[in-house]
Design a protein around this ligand. Structure first.
Ligand code: ADP
Ligand code: MG
Length: 427
C-alpha cells in the first residue's frame, strides 16, 4: 500500500528513538516514499542519514547507499546494527571471506541497507548480486563528490550512473550533500540524472554559532590566551599542516592541556585513540588537520579555532560547523595571517600537478580554486556581518545584522577593504 507520513513517524520513534523530525527531513522522506527522486542539501549535522535510512526501512526491497569513506560506512552500519537494523557495508576493508559472506547474506535478503564504496558498484560480484534482488532506492551520500566543482571530486562517483543503468528497474535515486553552491547542485542533478527531483535546501544558518576573525601578531599566544579563558570546554583546533598540528599540540601538552592530535601522518591506532579520547572527553581538545572530523558527531564542542585560514568557505563552514551541535552557544574563530593565503595558493598549484588534467581543465580548476580562495580571504577582511557573508555565499539570504558575530559587535572606521585584499591575492 501507500507509504506515508505516519509510517515514517513510527520508524523515527520506534527504531531511532527520536520524537520529531528536524527541518527538511520529513519532506524528503515523504518524496522518496512517493517514488520521487530527491536532492537534499543540508548542512553537516542536519541529519541527512536519517533521510535515506527511514525510507530504506519502509521500502520492500533493499537500499544501496553509496558513501565515499570507509570509516563513515563502518560507523553508520555499527550504529544501525545497534538499533537492531540489518545493514552491512561492502568496501576494500573486507577480507575476501568477509566479502563473500556479506554478499551471501545480502542475497538471502538479510539486509535492508547496504553501504557500498563507489569503486565497488561496477564489479562483477556486486552486479551479480544486484541483479538477483530488488533495489528500491539508491541513496548517494556526499553527492557533491560527483562534481568537479565540489571540494572532493571522486571520479568513481561517475560509476553510479552506469550502475543505475544495469538495474532491471530504476530505483528511487536520492542524493544528499552539504555543499550548496549552484554549480554543484546543477552537476548533481544533471550527472546523476535525477528525474524531476524534490529539492530541499535547509537551514544553513546556525544561530548558536558566534563567528570571529582575528589577525594576531602571534597566533600561538592568541590561542593560549583563548584556551586560558575557556578552560574545561571541549574544542577543535584546525591547522593547515601536520607540522603546525605538532607544534600547537606540543605547546598545549607542555602547558598541561588535555589535548589530542590527529593527522594523516599518524598511525591508525593513535588516530583511533585520539578520536575516542576526544569524543569521550578524556582529552577534550583536539588539534588536527582537516583529515579529522568527517562523520564525527560530538555534540558539546564549544569552540572550533582555525589556526590557519582554509582554502574556501565550504571547508571553513563545514569544519566550523562541528561546534555547537547541541544547539548551545559555541564559538568559531579564525586566526588569519597573510601567509595562509600564500600557502593556499601554493596548494592550489600543487594539487594541479598531482591531477592528470589537460591544459583547459587545469586552467578552469585554477580559476575556480583561486576564486574560492579569494572569497575566503574576503571573509577575513569584511566589516560586514560574517554570518550574512557565509549565508550569501551559499545562496541564502539572512539578515545583514546577526548580532552574534564579531563584526556585528564591533564599530569600524571606514576603510577600503578591496584595496587591502587585492594586494594579498593575485586577482
Ligand atoms: P549529516 O549527515 O547531515 O551531517 P547525520 O545524519 O550524521 O548528519 O546526523 C547528525 C546527528 O543528528 C546524528 O547523531 C543523528 O542521529 C542526529 N539526528 C538526526 N535526525 C534527528 C532527529 N530528527 N532528532 C534528533 N536527532 C537527530
Ligand atoms: Mg552525513
Amino acid at each position: 500500500g501507500d507509504l506515508g507520513v505516519s509510517d515514517s513517524h513510527k520508524v523515527l520513534q520506534e527504531v531511532f528513538g527520536y520524537s520529531s523530525f528536524r527541518e527538511g527531513q520529513e519532506e524528503v522522506i515523504h518524496a522518496a516514499l512517493k517514488q520521487q527522486d530527491v536532492l537534499g542539501i543540508m548542512p553537516t549535522g542536519a541529519g541527512k542519514s536519517l533521510c535515506y535510512q527511514i525510507p530504506a526501512l519502509l521500502f520492500d526491497g533493499i537500499t544501496v547507499v553509496v558513501s565515499p569513506l570507509i570509516s563513515l560506512m563502518k560507523d553508520q552500519v555499527a550504529a544501525l546494527n545497534q538499533l537492531g537494523v540489518h545493514a552491512a557495508f561492502i568496501n576494500s576493508s573486507l577480507s575476501e571471506g568477509q566479502y563473500r559472506k556479506a554478499m551471501a547474506n545480502a542475497c538471502r535478503g538479510q539486509y535492508k541497507i547496504i553501504y557500498v564504496a563507489p569503486e565497488r558498484l561496477m564489479t562483477e560480484s556486486f552486479l551479480s548480486f544486484t541483479s538477483c534482488v530488488e533495489i528500491s532506492m539508491l541513496a548517494v551520500d556526499e553527492a557533491h563528490c560527483i562534481s568537479q566543482w565540489g571540494q572532493d571530486f571522486r571520479p568513481s562517483y561517475i560509476k553510479i550512473v552506469d550502475f543505475i543503468q544495469t538495474l532491471p528497474k530504476r530505483p528511487v535515486v536520492a542524493a544528499y550533500t552539504a555543499t550548496a553552491t549552484k554549480a554543484v547542485k546543477e552537476d548533481i542533478i544533471c550527472i546523476l540524472g535525477l528525474k524531476n527531483p524534490y529539492v530541499a535546501v535547509t537551514g544553513y544558518d546556525r544561530e548558536n554559532l558566534f563567528f570571529a576573525v582575528k589577525k594576531p601578531q602571534n597566533k600561538q599566544q592568541e590561542l593560549l590566551f583563548y584556551l586560558q579563558k575557556n578552560k574545561n570546554s571541549s574544542g577543535i583546533i584546525y591547522c593547515n599542516t601536520r607540522k603546525n598540528v605538532e607544534e600547537v599540540y606540543d605547546s598545549l601538552i607542555e602547558r598541561g592541556y588535555p589535548a589530542a592530535r590527529y593527522h594523516a601522518g599518524l598511525c591508525d591506532s593513535e588516530r583511533k585513540q585520539s578520536q575516542d579520547d576526544f569524543i569521550y572527553d578524556i582529552r577534550p581538545i583536539m588539534v588536527a588537520t582537516n583529515a579529522f572530523g568527517m562523520g564525527i558527531d560530538k555534540s558539546n564542542v564549544r569552540f572550533v579555532i582555525h589556526y590557519n585560514m582554509p582554502k574556501d568557505i565550504e571547508s571553513y563552514y563545514q569544519e566550523a560547523g562541528r561546534a555547537g551541535r547541541d544547539g548551545e552557544p559555541a564559538e568559531c574563530i579564525l586566526l588569519y595571517s597573510g601567509q595562509d593565503v600564500r600557502i593556499n595558493e601554493f596548494l592550489i598549484e600543487k594539487q594541479l600537478e598531482n591531477d592528470e588534467l589537460d591544459f583547459e581543465e587545469r586552467k578552469l580548476i585554477r580559476e575556480r580554486d583561486s576564486e574560492r580562495l579569494q572569497k575566503m580571504t574576503f571573509y577575513c577582511f569584511t566589516n560586514e556581518c560574517l554570518r550574512d557573508y557565509i549565508l550569501r555565499y551559499f545562496g541564502e539570504y539572512g539578515n545583514t545584522f546577526c548580532g552574534n558575530c564579531e563584526n556585528c559587535l564591533t564599530e569600524f572606521d571606514d576603510i577600503d577593504v578591496t584595496q587591502e585584499v587585492s594586494t594579498l591575492i593575485r586577482m
